[in-house]
Design a protein around this ligand. Structure first.
Ligand code: HEC
Length: 165
């Protein structure tokens, strides 16, 4: 029983660590091996909807008859780069559910959390990012930095565990 409890608390700890990483910072998305691995994942899991050249589906800003939006492009012409890396990670992992979309939002974008590991998701984002122009990539890096700064400003050190009182 003891060891079961210990195992369970270890699992909880691991889950918490995973969560921190989830909502936390992106790893180095410039690493060429990430981009190469991500290219394969993109072709297998994303290209069917978002296009082999990241061009998206035709008329992607117009809702279809069923009320759902077509898949947007992931290149410079889309708005993927308007979202910071952590947010993009969340969308790919969880799909367009709250907090990424309103409750009961109907979307054709699947959640990939059960199919792709966190590393795979970062890799595919690294690939998408590698296809942006240098200007767009620089703007996205500035966005990521701003979001990181905002997080650092709003996290209260007083509630962090292990802080001496
Ligand atoms: C079955 C079709 C389909 C597949 C496969 C798919 N997507 Fe999507 N994706 C969509 C649609 C449709 C939307 C727009 C949904 C909406 O706004 O309702 C979308 C939206 C997104 C968004 C938000 C984009 C933005 O500009 O705001 C991201 C990021 C994304 N997809 C990434 C991916 C990645 C990465 C993969 C592969 C791992 C993938 N998608 C696979 C259909 C798909």
């Amino acid at each position: 029983m003891r060891s079961l409890i210990r195992t369970l608390s270890l699992i909880t700890l691991m889950a918490l660590t995973a969560c921190t990483r989830h909502s936390g910072e992106a790893p180095n998305l410039n690493a060429p091996e990430r981009v190469a691995a991500g290219q394969i994942i993109y072709a297998q899991h994303c290209a069917a909807c978002h296009g082999a050249k990241l061009e998206g589906q035709p008329d992607w800003t117009t809702r279809q008859a069923n009320g759902r939006l077509p898949a947007p492009p992931h290149d410079d012409s889309g708005h993927t780069w308007h979202h910071d890396s952590a947010l993009l990670f969340g969308i790919v992992k969880s799909g367009l559910v709250p907090p990424y979309a309103p409750p009961h939002y109907l979307s054709d974008m699947p959640a990939f959390g059960a199919r792709l590991s966190d590393e795979d998701i970062w890799n595919v984002l690294a690939f998408i990012r590698s296809r942006w122009s240098p200007e767009v990539r620089a703007r996205h890096e500035a966005l990521d930095a701003a979001v990181r700064q905002q997080r650092a400003d709003t996290s209260s050190p007083d509630i962090s565990p292990g802080r001496p009182r």
